[in-house]
Design a protein around this ligand. Structure first.
Ligand code: ADP
Length: 659
């Protein structure tokens, strides 16, 4: 049996590189010659730890691997592993196959690691070289292949390029041809364009191209082509449009003109014509070579507009100086225009007008009788609702913090061309003074008629006394005089009672006492005087048995008035026809005469106070109150009154009463 030492000595000569570590700290227990050679170390390292013995392997994986083998008890084998060792003072990298094999005791505890290794650097280098060579070959092959296909590509490209070149050549040829054509095309285009075109070239603005339309506008012929602008068209010198043309040439910036005036020669005279035009610079290779002028003549439009503006100005002048207020409203009755007089009458400026509403609570609207005028009854609302005009509607207006004014309004709808209602127009005058005068007149009449009544009553009493005395002892002459005086006095007292009536009526002070009676009886009774006079025939027709309910005294007054008027205004016609017509709802009485009749424009006024149709000739006496009073009476009964008349055809005055 060989001693342990001897065994190790033998082992150390083995050509195999062997090392044995006998602690987890990797103390070198044994190392063979071959291993020492690999490590490049002396035998004196035996007993040292591996880290102390081969310090350069710090940082390489081996120490850790050995410790793991020690701890895990599992053999670790590796091939072709690179290790860097210091051999004779030089760090050298080599390749190794190696194995770390744990040696265990009976309990399986690791007591040592057997490390065997073999330098395989030669093999590794050989393999490397082979691999490199192979690699290079593969690369070469790949390159070769690439070059092949590149070459093929290049060939294809070349033929394509050739083809392109050919195509390009052809295109260039064609383009050249087209260029020539296009210049002629452009010229033709300019020639035939429906708008006027001029092409100038050079700083002198030489007329290069000019079409028919332009020649017509300018009043020139083809001869101006080739001439500088100011030579061909000397009359336009100084026109702003010409300055603009030179500006476009100088700056290269396009300019447009709108309704520009240009003096144009037409025959012997130079007229101002108007044009819309656009100047565009012609640029060749970055240089401005000319200007193109495209123009449209707008003289007619400009003149028409100027005329319209002139008309508008004139209209504005009229509106501004009018004695009547004019207000235009939209369909909602909002003012959109108010002339100066309207502003003056209402005492507000235009801005306040535009914001004004007819139902503004700060403004009170009244009827002339002092009752409130509801918005729906305001003339402008009536016109907007009915689409029909209204004339001479008098209303009172109380502006905020100001005195009441009276205005007389005419109102008419405004209708568009398609017949659509677009608003209304109000014209009005301030009639406050007229109203005041009327009031004064009423007051005067009221006082005067009251004052007259007393002496007239006294006079009447005296005359009656005188009449009675005459019966006994008076002469024929004095009897006639008394009779005459009585007639005059009766007339006078009729007049006074009319005046008193009108005052009572205008103040709404007359009660009605209704009773039921036969209308024919009333008519017969009240027309006794006509029968008596014998100048006219009174013909009564219709429902003579009809009964009506009304104030008989007031109705008497109405009928007497109509019949008296017929006598008065139709003296030459003999027949006066009174016709009674009763239906389920109303009784109608009509008084017709064969007199001169009444023109329509006057007929609408004859029921007004103090109105007399024939004011010019004062040959009919009267106050113009009879029909006014009649109308008030009929109205108070809830009926209607009116006249149907045609000049020369007589008149029919009628009234209705509800039954
Ligand atoms: P007066 O008779 O006092 O003038 P009225 O009120 O009775 O007042 O009549 C007003 C106007 O109407 C008259 O002035 C007259 O011009 C016109 N008129 C009235 N009745 C007739 C008639 N039958 N024919 C023509 N005109 C008439």
């Amino acid at each position: 049996m060989l001693s342990d030492q001897l065994q190790l000595n033998i082992l150390s000569r083995s050509s195999n590189a062997i090392a044995i570590y006998d602690s987890i700290g990797l103390h070198i227990r044994f190392v063979s010659e071959a291993m020492l050679q690999i490590w490049g170390k002396e035998r004196s390292i035996v007993g040292k730890t591996l880290e102390e013995a081969v310090p350069e392997i710090a940082g390489q994986p081996f120490i850790n691997l050995l410790r793991q083998v020690w701890e895990s008890g599992i053999t670790y084998t590796a091939t072709d592993t690179q290790a860097t060792l210091e051999i004779a003072g030089i760090l050298k990298t080599s390749y190794f196959d190696f194995e770390y094999q744990p040696i265990k005791d009976d309990q399986g505890i690791t007591i040592a690691i057997l490390h065997t290794t073999r330098d395989v650097s030669g093999r590794v280098t050989a393999w490397r070289q082979v691999a490199e060579k192979q690699n290079r070959e593969e690369q070469l092959i790949a390159e070769l292949r690439q070059t092949g296909s590149d070459m093929q590509d290049a060939n294809t490209h070349l033929s394509a390029a050739n083809h392109d070149l050919q195509v390009s050549n052809e295109r260039v040829n064609r383009l050249n041809l087209r260029l020539q054509e296009s210049e002629t095309d452009f010229k033709r285009l300019v020639e035939q364009a429906p708008v006027a075109i001029l092409v100038f070239r050079g700083p002198e603005m030489v007329i290069d191209l000019v079409n028919e339309a332009m020649l017509e506008i300018l009043g020139k012929d083809k001869n101006i082509a080739g001439k500088p602008l100011l030579e061909g068209l000397p009359e336009i010198k100084g026109a702003p449009a010409v300055d603009m043309l030179f500006e476009v040439f100088a700056t290269g910036k396009a300019l447009d003109g709108n309704e520009a005036p240009v003096p144009i020669r037409r025959g012997n005279e130079v007229q101002t014509r108007y044009f819309n035009f656009s100047y565009r610079p012609l640029i060749d290779d970055g240089h401005i070579i000319g200007v193109m002028d495209v123009a449209i003549e707008v003289t007619e439009q400009v003149l028409a507009r100027k005329k319209l503006e002139e008309n508008e100005r004139r209209l504005q002048g009229i509106l501004d100086t009018m004695a009547e207020g004019v207000v235009i409203v939209d369909t909602e009755a909002r003012p959109t225009y108010a002339n100066a007089m309207a502003q003056r009458i209402m005492g507000i400026d235009e801005i306040a007008f535009m914001g004004r509403r007819y139902n503004d609570a700060k403004w009170q609207n009244e009827r002339v009788d002092g009752s409130p005028l509801l918005m729906d009854d305001h003339p402008i609302y009536v016109v907007l609702r009915t689409g029909l005009p209204l004339y001479d509607q008098e209303v009172a207006i109380i502006p905020p913090d100001k005195e009441k004014i009276y205005i007389s309004i005419n109102a008419a709808p405004l209708v568009s061309k398609d017949g659509e209602l677009t608003g209304g127009i109000l014209t009005f005058t301030d009639v406050t003074n007229r109203r005041k005068l009327m009031q004064q007149k009423d007051d005067f009449i009221s006082v005067a008629s009251h004052e007259l009544k007393t002496p007239v009553t006294a006079l009447k009493a005296s005359l009656q006394l005188l009449e009675r005395m005459q019966d006994k002892e008076g002469s024929l002459m004095s009897r006639k005089l008394v009779e005459q005086a009585n007639r005059s006095l009766n007339k006078l007292s009729d007049l006074i009672s009319s005046l008193l009536n009108v005052n009572r009526i205008s103040q709404g002070r007359f009660p009605i006492h209704k009773s039921t009676f036969k209308i024919a009886d009333l008519i017969n009774e009240c027309c006794q005087h006509i029968h008596a006079a014998g100048t006219h025939n009174l013909i009564l027709k219709g429902d003579l048995d009809a009964q009506i309910t009304a104030d008989d005294q007031l109705l008497d007054q109405v009928i007497v008035n109509l019949v008296n008027n017929a006598v008065k205004y139709a003296p030459d016609a003999k027949d006066i026809v009174i016709e009674v017509d009763v239906t389920a709802t109303e009784a109608r009485v009509a008084v017709s005469d064969q007199g001169p009749g009444i023109p329509a424009e006057k007929a609408s006024h004859i029921f007004e106070r103090y109105y007399q149709a024939d004011q010019g000739s004062r040959h009919f006496n009267g106050l113009g109150l009879g029909l006014y009073i009649a109308a008030e009476i009929i109205e108070k009964h809830g009926g209607q009154i009116g006249v149907d008349s045609e000049p020369g055809q007589g008149s029919t005055f009628w009234f209705t009463l509800p039954v």
